[in-house]
Design a protein around this ligand. Structure first.
Ligand SMILES: [Zn+2]
Length: 391
């Protein structure tokens, strides 16, 4: 006896020819796909021929923060310079100050509306990074708040420690790395506050040497590596991160063929962040054709953050991935399901509709899954299921 049976559905299993009609759930997991329509179940839902898709996975966000950067953005739109903005108290440091001043509960309260917006669009899993503390106490506060979020919302949350996000004011880069690597990481691991670690490799942040040292420390602590690479310039960080076994490299606007080769070889996922590209009015695009040629899996995420992507909408990022980066509708869907799960190292648990995986899925009243790459806005799932329960 199954807990739940969805019948008369178009069950999306990743390829157009592999569509099943039924899906059964037991104990919060998918028990069967394509079982008989009269299989015994405590509850049977007639999907009326609608599409059943895996819950979407937003695999790259900085969704936990306090305050906003609206004033700075409005100034920028009127042509203000970085100096003007810094003088007015803007920039990442203003977020660091707001996060340091907020309590753990205030951080949770301010973050939940953004997560509800994502969940209402069919997101069932999200990754959230720390990184606005830049000191041990605040980074730990952020990670504890991230860990507490699933008590307030039906959402899977992967916590990423990104102590190496920006250089704190008043310190040299070298002192900061020592701080990050030797003080912060052990406490993060002891309290099991993080699943993965991340680093921002860029001429304005950390370098390829720092990436190597981070990877070494992370491996010892059993934490998987991810990296922000090639967003503003190519420092060779993407190929190095791939060689180091990174789960994903993210942004990638400046990556080249050597990077694509290394990623394909290592199975590192390319996470594309078109909402940040849009918000920053960037013109350089990630080389999607190279990624295809080297069989690099592509994921799409919101990069939700107060400074460069205040976009709590994965459907918007999905649409932008098609318009700006030329991803096909199939690539976009894979990018927020199985490839996003791979970027988190969770492909055996979420991101697909297959027996044994978590029963996270949504019923959509769309003519075909490609509709997400066509209509922008105004699409919501009819029903959302999280671990087999309607939410
Ligand atoms: Zn980011």
């Amino acid at each position: 006896m199954h807990d739940l049976l969805l019948k008369n559905a178009q069950v999306f299993t990743g390829s157009p020819e592999a569509v099943a009609r039924t899906l059964a759930v037991s104990g919060g997991r998918i028990a069967a796909v394509g079982c008989p329509e009269d299989a015994p179940a405590r509850e049977t839902v007639d999907a009326g021929g609608r599409w059943l898709l895996p819950g979407f996975v937003d695999c790259h966000t900085h969704a936990l923060y306090a305050g906003d950067r609206m004033a700075e953005h409005l100034m920028k739109m009127q042509g203000a310079s970085y100096a003007d903005i810094a003088k007015a108290g803007g920039g990442i440091i203003s977020t660091v100050k707001a996060v340091r001043a907020a309590s753990e509960n205030q951080l949770i309260e301010q973050t939940l509306p953004r997560l509800h917006a994502l969940a209402a669009e069919g997101v069932t899993s999200i990754e959230i990074k720390s990184g606005y503390g830049l000191d041990l106490e605040t980074e730990l506060k952020m990670l504890r708040a991230i860990r507490a979020l699933p008590r307030h919302i039906a959402l899977d949350v992967t916590a990423t420690f990104i102590g190496a996000h920006a250089v704190p004011p008043g310190t040299s880069r070298k002192t900061d790395m020592e701080d990050v690597l030797d003080k912060m990481r052990p406490s993060v691991a002891e309290e099991k506050l993080a699943d993965t670690v991340d680093i921002f490799v860029e001429h304005i942040a950390f370098d390829v040497g720092d990436l190597g040292r981070l990877a070494e420390k992370a491996a010892k602590l059993g934490l998987k590596l991810r990296a922000h690479t090639d967003q503003l310039s190519n420092l060779g960080a993407t190929r190095r991160a791939a060689e180091l076994g990174a789960l994903s490299c993210d942004h990638l606007e400046y990556m080249d063929e050597a990077d694509a080769t290394a990623m394909g070889k290592a199975g590192t996922v390319a996470v594309l962040l078109p909402a940040a590209f849009y918000f920053l009015k960037e013109t350089r695009k990630p080389p999607v054709e190279l990624l295809r040629r080297h069989r690099v899996s592509m994921a799409v995420a919101t990069d939700l953050n107060p400074g460069t992507s205040p976009v709590p909408s994965l459907l918007t990022a999905m649409h932008m991935a098609g318009i700006f980066f030329g991803l096909t509708a199939d690539e976009v869907l894979a990018g927020v399901t199985r490839n996003a799960a791979r970027a988190l190292g969770l492909e055996g648990r979420i991101g697909a509709l297959a027996p044994g995986l978590d029963a996270d899925f949504c019923l959509w009243d769309v003519p075909a899954p490609g509709f997400f790459s066509y209509q922008m806005g105004g699409i919501r799932p009819m029903q959302r299921f999280f671990k087999g329960k309607r939410t």
